[in-house]
Design a protein around this ligand. Structure first.
Ligand code: DQA
Length: 141
């Protein structure tokens, strides 16, 4: 199974930004663990990051016919990007929404996810484990 993990804006700053919320591990640390667990689960996983909404949409479009599952941490775009939501809907690839933090226990503006209704499900609040849990979910989709 081929899996594409997409990371949105500011996730390249992990390990530097708001450590109390997001932890001290970098995106590279997460990418390494995702690679290790993917091998164990026999998944072929690509891991990408972009700070640009249009680029994330382009990556979603390009996933059509290539990937079986998309895992996305859309960062702040989660809360207001109708364009990313429409792209997920358009590509018809089962997509899992993930977040490091529990968006429902934070500021009110983070409680809404524009993409949740077009995703298979949402995993949030488990830090790096949110990525790993999503890989396990991908196996069984
Ligand atoms: C996040 C949660 C978002 O609200 C925030 O804007 C992020 C990271 C998370 O992984 O917890 O950038 O998606």
């Amino acid at each position: 199974k081929k899996v594409l993990v997409i990371n949105g804006p500011n996730l390249n700053m992990l390990g530097i930004r708001e450590k109390a919320v997001y932890g001290s591990e970098t995106l590279l640390d997460i990418a390494k663990e995702v690679t290790t667990v993917s091998q164990e689960l026999r998944l072929e996983t690509d891991f990408v990051q972009s700070n640009h909404e249009g680029e994330i949409i382009d990556k979603l479009h390009a996933a059509r016919g290539v990937y079986d599952v998309v895992i996305i941490n859309a960062g702040a775009y989660t809360h207001y990007s109708i364009a990313i939501r429409d792209a997920i809907k358009a590509i018809e690839i089962p997509t899992i929404e993930i977040h490091l933090s529990n968006i429902h226990s934070r500021e009110e503006f983070r409680h809404t996810s524009m993409i949740a209704p077009v995703c298979v499900g949402q995993i949030c609040g488990f830090g790096k484990m949110s990525y790993i849990l999503a890989l396990h979910a991908a196996v069984n989709l």
